[in-house]
Structures are given as C-alpha cells and as structure tokens.
Design a protein around this ligand. Structure first.
Ligand code: TRP
Length: 340
C-alpha cells in the first residue's frame, strides 16, 4: 500500500514543474506512491509548464521540452494514463481564469509572507525585482488544486505553505459567496525516510546542484554516481570503524534494499570496522541497476514515439479541461457572473 490511506472518493492532484528530468529523489518521494495510489482513487497529474515559466521566462524552450521528458518519466515508472489523468497546465486556460479571481482574495503582503515564496525569492536573488507572476503563483497553484476539487495533494514539505494558502482562498471564496463551492485539500508529505539526499550527502537531491541521479541514467552513469557517493570521510582504512549516520550509501540501501536483514548485517559490520566502502557500494549498485534498468528500457521505448506520448497528454488535457471548466462555471455562477 502507499504511505497514506485514501478512500475511493478522494481526489488527488499533484504535479511537477517541467524544468528538468525527474530523478531518484522524485521516485522515492512521490512517483512510487503515485503508481500505487492510481489504483485507489482518481488522480490528476499536472505538468506545470506555466508555473515553471514564472521564473524561467528566459528559458521557455527548456520548460516546453521538459513537458515530454517529465511525461516520459511518469510513464516509465508505471503511471498508467488509463488510471491517472496526465495533463499540460498551459493548455487548461480555465486555471488562469480561476487564478485571476483568487488573486482578489489574497494580499500582496500575504504572498510576500508565504515561506516558500520568501525562500525562493532569496534563492533566486530577486530582492525587490520579483516577477509579479512569480509572486502570485500561489494563487495559480490554488487554482490547480481547487479546479479538480482535490482532497489530497501529495507534495514535498516545501509545498505545504502553498496548500495552506490554497485553503485560505477556499475558505474566503466560500464565505464570500456563502456557498460551499470549493473544497479544502490536505497536503500529504513523504515520511522522513522517503527523503533522499543527493549523492554528495547534501540534504536535497536536485539536478541543478549536480547531485542527482536521473531516472534515465545509463548503467555507466549509475556506476559513476555510486562510486562518487558520499560515505564516511573518516573511514579511511577498511579496518576502521565506520559511521552509518549521514552515510549516503546506507541511506540509499535503507530506501532501496528490500532485504533489511542484509542491510542490518552490513551496518553492524561497517560500524565495527572491517567492512570497506566497496562492499556496501557494490550491494547498492546492484540494487540501483536492477531498479532503473526496466525504467530506462521502458523510457527508451516510449521516447521512440514522442507523438504517441503527446497523444496521451492531449487526451489527459481534454479530460482535465472538462473538469476545470465545470468548476470555473460553478465559481462564476456563484459570483453571479451569468449574464445571458
Ligand atoms: N509547485 C510545485 C513544485 O514546485 C508544482 C505544482 C504546481 C504543484 N501546481 C501544483 C504541486 C499543484 C501540487 C499541486 O513542485
């Protein structure tokens, strides 16, 4: 089963900005779960190209090209378009229209206080020169979520403030029209153990930090990543006792090696001294090669026919648009914007 319980009436919505290929961190933190969840309730997966543009306008082709790349990642890990609706954000204009109304329910100072926005402004060095579309993307994200009446939004911990702000908008909107049109959603965050550090030991795996292992990695790239993987810098000789905490190889073994007795045994021997990094790395490499081989093969097959993948996205987008249009109509109706 997945990490959290859902009921058949739950509606899941989540998505990814299309700025790069997905990696093992995405796999452990969310993709794995999405594959399980699609059998238990309705699931919408958003390729967030429009949101990606809020801070990538100078790189629009990257954003566009990664729509296909992220879709390939989804399909390669086993997301089934018969079960999950995969769609392209920019092709659902109802989302922008909803967002334009929601913008009237949030203040600039509230947006500036959103902790994720605050961090991102700092990271990107915007200071006071913040693209307005970037500052207001929480309202757009509220549209993404509410358009589908999502009840569950599986996201990374950094996204929790977005769901909080979404729910504020929901409550404000419902209160202002005095009807329960929009639905509050629950953020579901992966357990601590589902957060994979980068291969360099940094807390977050990220392509831009250069510490990620992408899902399409070749066998050589996998070997190289494992070879470079951060272990215990004080474990100089095989006979030295080694440390498990912060040792990326063990963190990954915990995430990927189903034989927990074997991992426990390796940990005990490593701690005691006498077990070299090459042994634990060999074990991990076998695991990762076995995990990624079928994903890579399936991805390569799919990538041979990009038009077929785009057809999947077209069908998903058509479906998503219908749902979003219905919510938008309800929202407008509730505001009395039904003139003719
Ligand atoms: N903000 C999310 C991210 O950066 C992507 C995203 C856009 C999203 N719209 C969403 C996630 C709606 C969940 C729900 O990864």
């Amino acid at each position: 089963m997945s990490d959290f319980p859902v009921t058949p009436s739950d509606i899941i919505l989540t998505g990814d900005r299309t700025t790069g290929q997905l990696h093992l961190g995405h796999y452990v933190g969310s993709l794995r779960n999405r594959v399980l969840l699609q059998d238990h309730c309705q699931q919408f997966l958003l390729l967030a190209d429009a949101q990606a543009l809020t801070d990538n306008m100078g790189n629009y082709l990257k954003v566009r090209d990664n729509v296909l790349q992220v879709a390939l990642d989804y399909l390669a890990v086993g997301i089934d378009p018969q079960k999950s609706t995969i769609f392209i954000q920019s092709l659902v204009p109802e989302l922008s229209e909803l967002a334009s109304y929601y913008l009237n329910l949030v203040t600039v100072s509230r947006l500036e206080r959103n902790p994720t926005i605050k961090d991102e402004i700092k990271q990107r060095g915007y200071e006071r020169d913040i693209p307005a579309g970037f500052l207001t993307y929480p309202a757009a994200q509220a549209a993404d979520i509410t358009a589908f009446k999502a009840t569950i939004v599986p996201v990374g911990a950094d996204q929790v403030p977005m769901i909080e702000q979404t729910n504020e908008i929901v409550r404000r909107f419902n209160a202002s029209v005095d009807q329960d049109i929009l639905v509050e959603a629950r953020a579901v965050v992966p357990e601590a153990g589902a957060r994979l550090p980068g291969i360099d030991g940094k807390a977050k795996m990220s392509k831009s930090l250069g510490n990620a292992l992408v899902l399409s990695a070749s066998p050589d790239e996998i070997s190289q990543a494992v070879r470079m993987m951060y272990t215990d810098p004080n474990h100089l000789k095989v006979s030295d006792p080694g440390q498990i905490e912060g040792n990326v190889v063990f963190t990954y073994l915990d995430a990927f090696e189903p034989d927990t007795a074997l991992v426990d045994d390796l940990k005990a021997r490593y701690r005691q001294g006498g077990l070299g990094d090459t042994v634990i790395k060999k074990q991990l490499e076998e695991r990762l090669q076995a995990l990624l081989e079928p994903i890579r093969t399936r991805r390569e097959e799919l990538a041979r026919d990009p038009l077929a993948v785009m057809e999947i996205l077209k069908a998903g987008t058509r479906q998503a648009r219908e749902v979003a249009a219905k919510t938008l109509a309800e929202v407008k109706h509730a505001m009395g914007l039904t003139y003719f």
